[in-house]
Each structure stands twice: as structure tokens, then as C-alpha cells.
Design a protein around this ligand. Structure first.
Ligand code: 3PG
Length: 401
């Protein structure tokens, strides 16, 4: 793979796939610009070399045609402020206007293309669409780790049109290096913290991790299925009926492999899915009818935090409760603080993308952990041991990874 530092972009137009799938509020303002800030080094390197940049990304999941709320033009103010250079915008990512704007681009300038997913061909991995995109640049750079698990036209197929000029961006490179640190070079004890709503999203990664970790902490919505499988009552808490047996098998497998599993011993319950609902704390598996578990309890917070603080490698993916509700964010905050403490004592900590990354960032701890991934699904798939199409496409036939 060619890394960004190995390529001289002088006089080149770089077609750069970024993952600018950022959250916007109702006024189309960016509420978390982590993914944009992450791509700055790649873009700056190209501009500083004397090249120009054509940025392409998806935003949200439009239905294959233009939708105002998913327009990338909403990102222009932030991009202009960040780069302080001319940033042009093409209202279509392919076609005559895009081609004309790309052709006229001067060194040091940036062209932002409209949302790739306004064309259904993008997600289909359509070759003709990929070829149209390829006409815009002289060199292809993929810096969209967050979308590297998708075999889309802009993430994978387009690379075929740049057999000698395809480059791995800085975000992509550091994401892969940091994931490798956890997968291959983890110091022990190694603790994985898995949270979030659904077991089904994490089954494969949990199974992979059983061969690597010393401790597996399970919290969040998915822990109630474990409590139910062990004979507890969980009221109206999240339940995946079809995963009850899986949880029991997992506990058995963990025991056979010598992995210590930590499940919540108490839970904060609520009588409605609402930040202002009535609250109580009960022992796990004793949730009354009409109530639901929305966070880990104080005893669990202390136990989990202790395990994390004593770890040398920590991987965290998924919140411990409904952290969007302030009253049920305490467990997630406690884990974030424990991860920060472990990091300060020399542990390596990788925070998986999505909600746990958002939690750490919102708490102002993004720089107090070793690495916050920009990838949600992509990181999980990489951790599952899968080959990511976006990464494969950057490799040269003669030099497989
Ligand atoms: C993400 O936010 O995880 C990536 O941008 C991928 O988005 P997608 O799940 O809509 O493909």
C-alpha cells in the first residue's frame, strides 16, 4: 500500500474519499466534527505538496436521489473555516459540471462534490459510475475508514481506475495501525468492554475477542438478554429472544477459554423510556413488570471501573446505558473515566466508533485515551477478522498485506 507520505501530490488533482458522514441538527449545523478534523492531515498534505483536492463522501442514507437534509453543501462553512482556502462545490458528484469544476481546479484549492449516495449506483458499486468519478482526478486517495466495510463505487471500485496511483490516507492508516495494536500486540491484562443495544450487532466480534482478551465486560442494553437467559426477570428491558441460547453458550465458551466475563450486578431502572422517568436501582435480574433497565447500577460501575483500571489494554465499544438521557449516562461516564485513568497509568485504550466515541468526545476526553476510532461498523468488521473492501482496493497485486 502507498501511504500518503510516500506520494508527491505536486501538480496533481487528488480524488479523496473521506467519511464526512457527520451528525447535523435541524438547522443543518454539524454537531460533531470529529470526522472532518480527522481528515485534515491528509487534505493538508496534498495542498502543501502543491496539489488540489476533490472531496467525495456520503452523508446519511438517502434513497438514491437528492434530499436537502443530506446535502454536503451544509459542510461548506466548516470546511472553509478549517482550510481558509477556496472551496468550490459541485451540486452533482459526476457529470459535466463536476468535470468542469475539477478541470479548472488550481493547486491549493478544494472542490467538494455533492453526496455520492444521491446516485443509487454508488451503493451498488456500479462500474460506470466509478469510472465517471475517476475522470475527476489524477490520483485516488481513500481516507474513509468509517466506510471501508462497504464495497461501494467510491470506496472500492474506483480504485481500479488508478492502478498505480492509489493512496492510503492518514485516517485509514492510523485506524489500521491502532486496530492492529489491539488485535495483535495487546499487553495483558486485555479487557474488552462491549455495550450498546444489541447483541446481534456484536456476536462475531465477541466471538473473536474470546480468543484474545482476559476480561470481557458486558453492559448496556445487550446485558438484559444475558440476565433473562440466566433466569432473571427484566421487565420491559431490551430483549433479544433469539439470542438467549447464544448468551449461555458464550458464557460457557468464555469459561473454557479462561476469559473472565463481567455482567452487571445491579441496574438503574425507569418506569418509562424518558430522561425524567421515575428511577430506582435493583439487583440485576429482578426488574419488576412495567420497569426497564436503562443504565448499570453503582455497584456495577465500581466493579467494571476496577477491572478497567487494572488493565494494560482496553477496547471499548458501546455505551453502558441510554447515555443520550443525562439521568442514565452515569454508567457510561464512569467507564469513560476509568478508561482515562487506565490510559494515564500506561494502558493502551482504543475507543470504538459510534456511541462510545461520542460519549468520550462529549466528555472532553478524546485526547485522554490512546485512540478514538472514526469507524463504527467498519471497526467492528475489522475486529471480526474480515477483509474490508476499501482496504483491499488500496493494495497492489504484487504486495498483498
Ligand atoms: C458510518 O457512519 O458508520 C459510516 O459512515 C458508514 O455509513 P453507512 O452505515 O450508512 O454505510
Amino acid at each position: 500500500m502507498t501511504t500518503i507520505d510516500q506520494y508527491d501530490f505536486s501538480g496533481k488533482k487528488a480524488l479523496v474519499r473521506v467519511d464526512f458522514n457527520v451528525p447535523l441538527n435541524n438547522n443543518f449545523e454539524i454537531t460533531d466534527d470529529t470526522r472532518i478534523r480527522a481528515a485534515v492531515p491528509t487534505i493538508r498534505k496534498i495542498l502543501n505538496d502543491g496539489g488540489s483536492v476533490i472531496l467525495m463522501s456520503h452523508l446519511g442514507r438517502p434513497k438514491g436521489g437528492p434530499e436537502e437534509k443530506y446535502s454536503l453543501k451544509h459542510l461548506l462553512p466548516t470546511l472553509r473555516e478549517t482550510f481558509q482556502t477556496t472551496i468550490k462545490f459541485s451540486p452533482d458528484c459526476v457529470g459535466a459540471e463536476a468535470l468542469e469544476l475539477a478541470t479548472g481546479l488550481q493547486p491549493g484549492e478544494i472542490l467538494l462534490l455533492e453526496n455520492l449516495r444521491f446516485h443509487k449506483e454508488e451503493e451498488k458499486g456500479d462500474q460506470i459510475f466509478a469510472e465517471k468519478l475517476s475522470l475527476l482526478g489524477d490520483v485516488y486517495v481513500n481516507d474513509a475508514f468509517g466506510t471501508a466495510h462497504r464495497a461501494h463505487a467510491s470506496t472500492a471500485i474506483v480504485a481500479d481506475y488508478f492502478p498505480h496511483d492509489k493512496v492510503c490516507g492518514t485516517v485509514m492508516q492510523s485506524e489500521l495501525e491502532n486496530a492492529q495494536k489491539v488485535l495483535q500486540y495487546a499487553d495483558r491484562p486485555f479487557t474488552a468492554i462491549m455495550g450498546g443495544a444489541k447483541i446481534s450487532d456484536k456476536i462475531q466480534v465477541i466471538e473473536q475477542l474470546l480468543d484474545r482478551v482476559d476480561n470481557l465486560i458486558i453492559g448496556g442494553g445487550m446485558s438484559y438478554t444475558f440476565a433473562k437467559a440466566q433466569g432473571g426477570t427484566i421487565g420491559n428491558s431490551l430483549l433479544e429472544e433469539d439470542k438467549l441460547q447464544f448468551t449461555l453458550d458464550l458464557l460457557k465458551k468464555a469459561e473454557e477459554k479462561g476469559v473472565k466475563i463481567y455482567l452487571p450486578s445491579d441496574t438503574v431502572i425507569a418506569d418509562a423510556f424518558d430522561n425524567n422517568a421515575n428511577r430506582d436501582v435493583v439487583t440485576s435480574g429482578t426488574i419488576p413488570d412495567g420497569w426497564m433497565g436503562l443504565d448499570i447500577g453503582p455497584e456495577t460501575r465500581a466493579t467494571f471501573a476496577e477491572v478497567v483500571r487494572n488493565s494494560k489494554t482496553v477496547l471499548w465499544n458501546g455505551p453502558m446505558g441510554v447515555f443520550e438521557f443525562e439521568n442514565f449516562a452515569i454508567g457510561t461516564k464512569a467507564i469513560a473515566e476509568a478508561v482515562v485513568e487506565a490510559t494515564k497509568s500506561g494502558a493502551y485504550s482504543l475507543i470504538g466508533g459510534g456511541d462510545s466515541a461520542a460519549a468520550v468526545t462529549q466528555m472532553g476526553h478524546a485526547h485522554d485515551v490512546s485512540y478514538v476510532s472514526t469507524g463504527g461498523g467498519a471497526l467492528l468488521e475489522y475486529m471480526e477478522g474480515k477483509q474490508l473492501p476499501g482496504v483491499l482496493a488500496l493494495q497492489f497485486e504484487e504486495s498483498p498485506l
